[in-house]
Design a protein around this ligand. Structure first.
Ligand SMILES: N[C@@H](CCC(=O)N[C@@H](CS)C(=O)NCC(=O)O)C(=O)O
Length: 212
């Protein structure tokens, strides 16, 4: 497998964690977002959306990090399952993951931030305000959701991490980069801390990637 990756891409970070949790070996090929390598024709042929990550497996290019994670569970069912439990538990895991991947991340993506600055004239402070606003909106809801759990499991929903933490940990990394006060989110922070202690998460950290 080849992962077309970029160290600080949170969507690619998700897939690195997923591959590590499933103990699937992969090569990494860097697509440098800061040098706009993702907008070139070579990467466009892998993904018409010109985004990372792309996973190449069995001669096919797969895009969209959540679809890739679900693919990995389906194509490699004998390895660790990223979405597991009853139908209700699986729906809860997917909902948590999507709250981050579909509600926060698209609003704070590089191209959106660039558009705010270059087309709409936002300054650095306004860009930061925008970023923090959308993180805080969803993190407040997720913190509240976790505080209402009937059991206080180590991870979001159980004693093992999965798709929910795969989305949460990279988003917290980004939140810290953009100076979001994570003290407001003790439950999310505690889960992040637990994840950092696991090799699968630690190895996927942006600072440890070949292109970092
Ligand atoms: N929903 C997509 C998001 C992919 C995405 O937005 N990737 C970002 C990096 S985290 C990217 O390639 N950004 C390039 C840009 O904004 O120009 C996924 O989950 O894979």
């Amino acid at each position: 497998m080849i992962l077309y990756d970029y160290c600080r891409s949170s969507a690619a970070y998700r897939v690195r964690i997923a591959l590590n949790l499933k103990q699937l070996s992969y090569q990494q090929q860097s697509v440098n977002l800061l040098e706009s390598t993702h907008t070139g024709t070579e990467h466009q042929q892998r993904n018409a959306q010109k985004l990372v990550p792309v996973l190449s497996d069995q001669g096919v290019h797969l895009s969209q990090s959540l679809a890739i994670c679900e693919y990995l569970d389906e194509a490699y069912p004998d390895s660790f399952q990223l979405v597991s439990g009853s139908a209700v538990e699986r729906a809860n895991i997917r909902a948590f993951a999507q709250a981050i991947a579909c509600e926060v991340h698209p609003l704070n993506n590089l191209r959106v931030l660039k558009y705010l600055v270059t087309q709409l004239g936002a300054d650095e402070e306004q860009k930061m305000q925008w970023y923090q606003h959308w993180i805080n909106t969803t993190f407040s809801a997720l913190e509240e959701q976790l505080s209402q759990r009937s059991n206080s499991s180590t991870f979001c929903f159980s004693e093992q991490p999965g798709l929910a933490e795969i989305c949460l940990v990279p988003q917290i990394f980004n939140a810290r980069r953009f100076q979001v006060d994570m003290q407001a989110y003790p439950l999310l922070s505690a889960i992040d801390q637990q994840c950092q202690e696991l090799t699968s998460f630690a190895k996927a950290h942006p600072t440890l990637q070949p292109d970092s």
